[in-house]
Design a binder for this molecule. Structure first.
Ligand code: SME
Length: 186
């Protein structure tokens, strides 16, 4: 895969913009190109890093895209794009901890209205966090922030859950983070 082939092309990815019915087409295109980008690579950190970078440059109106990975009873910062972020988040704390604890996607229309929201980039106004589940265990979360209130809707939820499926499908079980007993049952 060359740099030219994986270059982000906003015209191609978003012919109908990133709202309404166009979002399904957008995420379908993002997923197809992510499959091509990840190719045969099975290293989880490498693929998570490229997924974060690809989403950061493919989605409009986002200021932070990245992963937190399960270590024991907390989440630890993984590959990301955006401003430097807090490193450790206990389960149940903040939006990431809430998604990790529930094992379900959490979309927050206004972070100021979410009790316990953890501020990393003060520009963030809304947020969505998608759990990474493999073989019934939580290995981490995908976290995306936007500087716009109410940026993420049901189509983003569906689309980003599909993106996470693509990332997880690219892994061989031996290349997933070696969490041992740390991976959380959900
Ligand atoms: N806002 C998140 C913390 C991580 S940053 O947004 C990168 C939270 O409340 O869990």
């Amino acid at each position: 895969m060359t740099g030219e082939e994986i270059k982000v092309d906003r015209e191609r990815e978003s012919p109908q913009g990133q709202s309404g019915a166009g979002k399904y087409a957008l995420y379908q295109d993002v997923c197809e190109r992510l499959v091509a980008l990840l190719g045969d690579e099975t290293n989880f950190i490498a693929n998570a890093a490229n997924t974060a970078a690809f989403l950061f440059h493919s989605l409009e109106d986002v200021n932070w895209v990245g992963f937190y990975l399960v270590h024991g009873k907390e989440l630890v910062l993984g590959p990301f794009q955006g401003q430097p972020a807090c490193v450790r988040i206990p389960f149940g704390k903040g939006v990431c901890g809430a998604a990790a604890e529930s094992g379900s996607t959490v979309a927050v229309p206004d972070v100021d209205q979410f009790p316990g929201h953890i501020t990393c980039d003060p520009a963030s106004r809304s947020e969505i966090v998608v759990p990474l589940m493999t073989w019934g265990k939580l290995i981490g979360v995908l976290d995306i922030d936007s500087p716009t209130v109410n940026r993420f809707d049901e189509e983003d939820r569906d689309g980003l859950e599909s993106v996470v499926s693509v990332l997880l499908a690219s892994q061989s079980s031996s290349d997933l983070p070696d969490l041992g007993d740390e991976a959380a049952e959900c």
